[in-house]
Design a protein around this ligand. Structure first.
Ligand SMILES: N[C@H](CCC[C@H](N)C(=O)O)C(=O)O
Length: 257
């Protein structure tokens, strides 16, 4: 039976999406999710997102990596599902929805979505990197030059190595341009390759840069391979709160398969 799918992208991080309020899509069909995300044999995307009903909130987001497995929070996917909900006329310009890491508020103006991320209670600072969870686990390390890096090679070594091992972590490489501007490239767990942008990743980078004193700013712009994102936040104790991920979310395709 044919189903209608949409394709959204947020700074080049792209997602196949379906309105699953009738629960017609079998979320255990890993094979079909992998096929839909395959860039040669399917539609092609970094991830797959179901929009479902929620008892009290506007909707529920269910996220799968392109490997077909359900995963942790996706920041760019969260921004794209808000644009999808607006397109479906489920919401107007603001919303509250549930994702795997809990409640999220968001606002949408034309193609720009502001998504509130979960508070980050603590970060772990090591000699070579920072580790934190912004809804997904992120390893953040500074580099002087991102252009020469073999992201897939270096990123996968860190992602599969100790202490992350099989469960893994996303891996972000960051270079500082100024106190309010950083460049980021990300190796994404579950895609097992570099993506053009990672929303929970740039959120992790912004907080980590403030945490290790690379910047005192609380509104940071991040250049990613697929465009530009902003992250704003407030410090709270050893962590951060009132964290917002801001950037574009665009519908690129609708079709049946
Ligand atoms: N691959 C990530 C989830 C998606 C993160 C990314 N697409 C984002 O925008 O946050 C993981 O399995 O931890």
């Amino acid at each position: 039976m044919k189903q209608t799918f949409y394709k959204y992208q947020g700074t080049g991080n792209d997602f196949v999406m379906i309105d699953n309020r009738d629960l017609s899509f079998d979320k255990n069909d890993t094979k079909r999710i992998k096929f839909l995300c395959d860039r040669r044999f399917g539609i092609g995307a970094d991830g797959f997102i179901l929009l479902e009903n929620h008892d009290t909130l506007d909707f529920k987001m269910v996220y799968f990596n392109s490997d077909g497995n359900e995963s942790s929070m996706c920041g760019n996917g969260g921004r794209c599902i808000v644009a999808f909900a607006k397109f479906l006329e489920i919401i107007d310009n603001s919303t509250s929805f549930e994702a795997i890491d809990g409640l999220h508020h968001a606002q949408i103006e034309t193609d720009t979505v502001k998504l509130q991320m979960q508070d980050v209670k603590y970060l772990e600072k090591f000699e070579s990197h920072v580790f934190l969870n912004t809804g997904s686990p992120h390893h953040v390390q500074m580099e002087t030059d991102l252009t020469q890096l073999d992201i897939k090679k270096v990123g996968s070594t860190i992602r599969y190595g100790a202490p992350y091992n099989k469960v893994g972590s996303n891996v972000n490489f960051v270079s500082k341009i100024s106190d309010e501007l950083f460049s980021v490239r990300t190796y994404e767990r579950g895609v097992e390759d570099e993506t053009l942008s990672c929303g929970t990743g740039v959120t992790a980078v912004a907080l980590a840069m403030n945490y290790i004193g690379e910047t005192e700013k609380k509104l940071i712009t991040l250049n990613v391979e697929g465009g530009t994102l902003q992250v704003s936040f407030e410090k709270e104790g050893q962590g951060y709160k009132n964290i917002w991920l801001i950037g574009p979310a665009v519908q690129v395709f609708k079709g049946e398969i």
